[in-house]
Write a protein that binds this ligand. Structure first.
Ligand code: HEM
Length: 382
């Protein structure tokens, strides 16, 4: 059989976010052997049932077969998700023990304060870019609260995170500039918290091996902002089309956020690698093969969701897989849900007449430069 990549259909990141392209793939089957344009060939899953089985299957692992060798002090960002099994398991244990529902609810007053501070700084009654003013800085501020980064250290985090976003697509390696500066800052902060613990997450893990603590902090920073920004940006854009409904009865906010997670699907792929030959949906995937769940397709699988392309905020059941599933399931799901609910609730409460600006300005020229122009309107007579 010919396994040469050129013989396979090419799948791009853009296609993995395009509902029409995904529907066509879905109709053609649930398992697709493809050329991942630039990465090693792999298998894309588009069916909900197959994806849900694969993500929890112990014969498939989260670390890529090439993730080997000595443990580096500063692995590159993308590699942090695919660290060798043992190291990854240590980080995951460390984070999951501390990123508990209790810690998330304890953070709510600070998350509220961060949301209010950003909204206070936005102009009212005139167009403003919601992404620059809110959906990008907010998740980063929340991460700083979670980790316990004091005010004077936040610029290191922002420079790094926003610099990295701006370069999305041509991601700068961590070993360059802002990544190194940030890592140096965190090494010092971790040492300070080890000596004098506070109530934050860094203090709670500071006694672990120094490389692991630094990797855990960086993993949280890398994993914990972009999908939230996307959820808030696309979510607010969608909800502004039906703002009055929310203003009239925001009580079903939980279900609304779940439906936003389904239709927006902020993270494109959830990946596993095969430890031994395994049959998936009638297709044999050989040892070492990468199996990638196209979450946007899975979340619109007509076999699982009725009327999958419509936004139905009161869906009675909503088993979307936007946070993945199984032994790699998103560790920040509770925090992500909490901040999305709080942000939407605060916007509805403070700006009942918020709307999209009529003029959205020029189309973005490259990734990271998109804008979402909105008008905050308190509805108060002036
Ligand atoms: C709407 C927001 C978010 C979405 C849609 C999202 C989605 C995901 C997905 C799909 C995965 C991979 C799961 C898998 O392969 O089974 C993941 C992993 C992860 N997420 Fe999230 N995430 C979000 C927010 C966050 C936040 C706020 C944090 C941290 C505070 C976070 C931390 C992580 C970490 C640490 C992992 C890696 C888990 C591992 O490798 O075992 N995420 N996330």
């Amino acid at each position: 059989m010919n396994h040469h990549p050129t013989a396979l259909p090419v799948v791009t990141v853009k296609m993995l976010r395009d509902p029409d392209a995904l529907r066509r793939m879905c109709e053609a089957g649930a398992v697709h052997h493809v050329d991942m344009s630039g990465r090693e060939p792999g298998w894309i899953l588009t069916g909900h049932e197959t994806a849900a089985e694969v993500l929890v299957d112990p014969r498939l692992r989260g670390d890529a077969p090439q993730a080997k060798g000595p443990e580096k002090e500063l692995p590159d960002e993308e590699d942090l998700f695919f660290l060798p099994g043992e190291q990854h398991a240590r980080l995951r244990r460390m984070i999951s023990r501390q990123l508990t529902p209790r810690r998330v609810s304890g953070l709510l007053p600070r998350i509220q304060r961060e949301a209010d501070t950003l909204l206070d700084a936005m102009p009212v009654d005139e167009p403003a870019d919601f992404i620059a003013a809110f959906s990008r800085p907010f998740p980063v501020a929340v991460l700083c609260e979670l980790l316990g980064v004091p005010e004077e250290g936040r610029s290191y985090v922002r420079d790094y995170v926003f610099g990295w976003i701006a370069e999305a697509g041509v991601a700068t390696a961590v070993t360059e500039s802002a990544g190194v500066v940030m890592a140096d800052y965190f090494k010092e902060l971790i040492a300070r918290r080890r000596a004098a613990p506070q109530a934050d997450l860094i203090s709670a893990i500071a006694h672990e091996a120094p490389n692991d603590v630094l990797s855990a902090v960086r993993l949280l920073l890398v994993a914990g902002h972009r999908p939230v920004t996307r959820l808030l940006t696309d979510g607010v854009e969608l909800l502004l089309g039906r703002w009055d409904e929310l203003v009239a009865g925001p009580s079903r906010l939980d279900a609304t956020v779940e439906e936003l997670l389904r239709v927006i699907t902020p993270t494109t792929l959830s990946s596993r690698y095969v430890r031994q030959d395994v049959e998936i949906g009638g297709v044999t995937v050989p040892e070492g093969g990468g199996v990638h769940c196209a979450l946007a397709a899975v979340n619109r699988d007509p076999a699982r969701f009725s009327d999958p392309d419509s936004f139905v905020p009161d869906r009675p059941v909503n088993p979307h897989l936007s946070f993945g599933l199984g032994h790699r399931h998103c560790l920040g799901a509770a925090l992500a849900r909490a901040q999305a609910r709080l942000a939407i609730d605060t916007l509805v409460d403070r700006f009942p007449r918020m709307r999209l600006a009529t003029d959205q300005g020029p189309a973005p020229v490259r990734a990271g430069t998109r804008r979402l122009m909105v008008v905050l309107d308190s509805g108060d007579p002036t």
